[in-house]
Design a protein around this ligand. Structure first.
Ligand code: HEM
Length: 128
């Protein structure tokens, strides 16, 4: 028997819709992050992130049908992402993950990935 995907295990599409909806609702008001996003296409940004995350966790491959290979580091290159942007992104995402009803194990799986991915998207490294 094939294992259920993590996508299905945590509740499928509605769970990712809630996650990304919560995330962008607060990112939109963040003075550090909001200016980076396309002000006339917040809905599109939401669709892209939701689609990517669903696909990553074994859900529908709609993201790649619409956007091709993710190449996320390359797609983030136009945005200056230093420690402040990375930490702000993770803070909003943490609050959004907290709004879901995940088991401790599911939370750890999802959060471990998001922290790793956010570190890998950082592209500005001020000397300290
Ligand atoms: C797109 C910022 C981390 C996944 C974007 C966009 C911005 C942005 C400004 C353009 C919005 C759009 O038009 O779609 C950031 C910042 C991050 C971060 C400041 C802090 C580290 C991440 C992480 C992931 C991710 C960790 C994945 C887990 C995506 C995806 C897109 C996107 C899938 C759409 C790519 C496309 O198809 O064009 N991000 N991002 N981002 N981001 Fe991030």
């Amino acid at each position: 028997p094939s294992a259920r995907t993590f996508h299905d295990e945590v509740g499928g599409g509605p769970t990712f819709t809630k996650l990304v909806g919560r995330f962008y609702a607060t990112v939109r008001t963040d003075p550090v992050l909001a200016p980076l996003y396309p002000q006339d296409d917040w809905d599109g940004a939401e669709i892209r992130l939701r689609g990517f995350l669903e696909q990553y966790w074994g859900g529908p491959a709609t993201y790649s049908q619409q956007r091709g290979h993710p190449r996320l580091r390359m797609r983030h290159a136009p945005f200056a992402i230093g420690p402040a942007e990375r930490d702000a992104w993770l803070r909003h995402m943490r609050a959004a993950v907290d709004s879901l009803d995940l088991t401790a194990e599911q939370d750890a799986t999802l959060w471990g990935y998001l922290e790793m991915a956010a570190r890998s998207m950082q592209n500005r490294f001020p000397d300290d």
